[in-house]
Design a protein around this ligand. Sequence first.
Ligand code: AHR
Length: 618
Amino acid sequence: TDYTLRVDTTRTGPSIDDSMYGVFFEDINRAADGGLYAELVQNRSFEYDPADNAGYTGLTSWAPHSGTVDVADDDARLNERNRRYLKLGLPAGVINSGYNSGIAVTKGQHYDFSVWARADRTARLTATVTDPAGTPLGDPVRVDVRGDGWTRYTGTIRAKRSTTTGRLLVTGDGTGTLRLDMVSLLPRDTFKGHGLRRDLAEKIAALKPGFVRFPGGCLVNTGSHHGYDAPDYERRRSYQWKDTIGPVEQRATNWNFWGYNQSYGLGYFEYFQFAEDIGAMPLPVVPALVTGCGQNRATDDPALLRRHIQDTLDLVEFANGPADSTWGRKRAEMGHPEPFKLTHLAVGNEENLPDEFFARFTEFRAAINAKYPDIVVVSNSGPDDAGGTFDRLWQLNRQAGVQMVDEHYYNSPSWFLENNDRYDSYDRNGPKVFLGEYASQDNTFFNALSEAAFMTGLERNADVVKLASYAPLLANEDYVQWRPDMIWFNNHASWGSASYEVQKLFMTNVGDHVVPSTATATPSTRTPITGAIGLSTWATAASYDDVTVTGASGETLFSDDFSGGDSRWTKSGRGTWNVVNGAYVQSDAAAEDTLVTAGDRSWQNYTLNVKATKQSGR
Ligand code: AHR
C-alpha cells in the first residue's frame, strides 16, 4: 500500500499547552512508603493493625532481637494520631527489615536516624545498620534517653559497606522501660533535599511533567475499606489532606484502599513541593463522597459533605493563601511561605453513580468558585463504559458548562490503535478533556507503541484534550496491585518501562501547535489471515496481536487480541485449532489445551495454524 502524508504548512492547527503531558501519582503498588518517600524503616510508628489486614501486627517488619518487646496502645502514647508505640523492658532490642529484601544503604552515604523516646530510668539507646547476620555496616548512633516525656533523639550513620539486605537494629541498655515511636532512617541524599528517593524522583523529573495529579485514584474517593461515613472522617480512616501535613509524628496513618498501611510521610505539602521542584502544575483530587472503584455508594450526610467542602476551601488556602492566613500559615510553618500556585483542582474519581456524584460535585464547584473564581474545578466522567455512567456524566457536565472533565481508560493495544480518532469528533465548545488515566494493558514494546500512536491523536486534538497522564506511575515489584505501570523499582533500583520511554519522548518534545496534515491511508497493524481455510489448508499470522478468523458467513470462529498478559488461544466455533511458536505442528489434541501464553511479555513470532474440518471458510 502507498501511504501519502500531506503536511499543510500554510495553516496553523490548535496550539499545544506546555502542561499537556503530566504524571499521575497514586499511592498504589507501594508507590509512596518504600517508594518515592525515602524512609527506609517500614512501620516506623507501629500502627500496622490486624483489624485492617489479617497479615498485620504492630510489629510487622520488626522482629524482637532481645528482652521484652511489646506494642502498646495506652495513655502513654506519643499523641492522639500516633496511638501505638514500642515498649521495651530493658535490656531489649528490635530489628527492622525495611521493604523488599531489606534496607539498602550505599557505602560512604550518610543516613539520618531519629526516634521519639522516653524512659522511666535513663537508658542507653543504640541504632546500627547491620547485614542480615547482624554484622554492623557502619558506626552506630548512641544516645542517652533521659526523662519520661517524649523527646526526639537524632544521629547519623555513615555506611561503610553497601548492601540491599540491611537491617536496622535498635537496642536499649539499662533497666526499666524504654518507650519508642517514629523510629526513622532517612538517606541524607534525597531529591533536592526534600525527602524523596533520588532515583525515582529523577526519573519522574526527566519526563518534564506539565502537571502532577495526586494522590489518587481510588485511593481518594473510596476512603478506605472501612467505608466513607462520619465515623471514618473522625477516625481518620478516609483520605483527608489535613491528616497529611504538619510534623510527621503528628500525621495520621491510614490503611488505604489498596490494602496496605500508608504513613502520610509523603503528604500534601510534599506533593505540592515535588510539583514545584519539577516545574509541574499541582493538580490534587479530593473525594466527592460518592465511591466508585467497585463500592458504588453515595454517602448521604449533608453535614459531612459541608465539612468536605470546607476542607477543600481550606486546601486552596493552604496552597495559595498568604502566610498569615489560617492554612497559609501552616504551609509557611512547614518552610514554604510562598504560595504553591494551585490553579486546578479535581473533585471525585470514577464515580459509578452519575446523578449522585453530580449533585455533590455541583455543591463543591459552587462553593469553590464563589470563593476562588479562578480555580478550574475538574469534574469526571466515571469509568469509560459504552453508555451508562460515562454518557450520563458527560451529558451532565456539558449541560452544567463544566470547564474540564477527567476521563480514564485501560484498554488493549488494538483499542488504542483503532481509537486514534477518539477526540476528532468531540464538541469544540464543550468541556475540555483531562485524560487523567490511560494505559494499554501490558508493558511490552507493542503496548508502548500503541500508546504513542494514540498520543498523536491526543496532540492533534490539543484544543480539546488539555491534559493527559499515563497511569499508574510507579510500582514496587514486590507489592503490585496493578499492572502495567510506567516506572518499576525495588529497594535499591528503578527502571522505566517501554511506556516510560514513549511518555518521555512526547513529554520532552511538546510542540507549540499542531501542523494540519492528512494521510491517504491509515496504517493498520492487523495482519489479516489470508487464503482459504479448508481441509489441510493453513493460514498464518505473523505476530500474536489481533488475530481474527471468520467463517463462511462472516461469523467469528476465533479471535484474540492478546491484550491481557496471560491471554490464551482458545477454540471457538468449528475446527481444530493449534498454535505453535515458529514451527509447524499439527495436532488433533483437544483444542482447549494450553497452547501459547503471552505471559513472558516479550515479542515472539507465532504461527497460527488453522485446520478446519469442513471446507467452508474464507
Ligand atoms: O490507576 C489505577 C486505578 O485505576 C485508579 O486508582 C483508578 O482511578 C482507576 O480505576
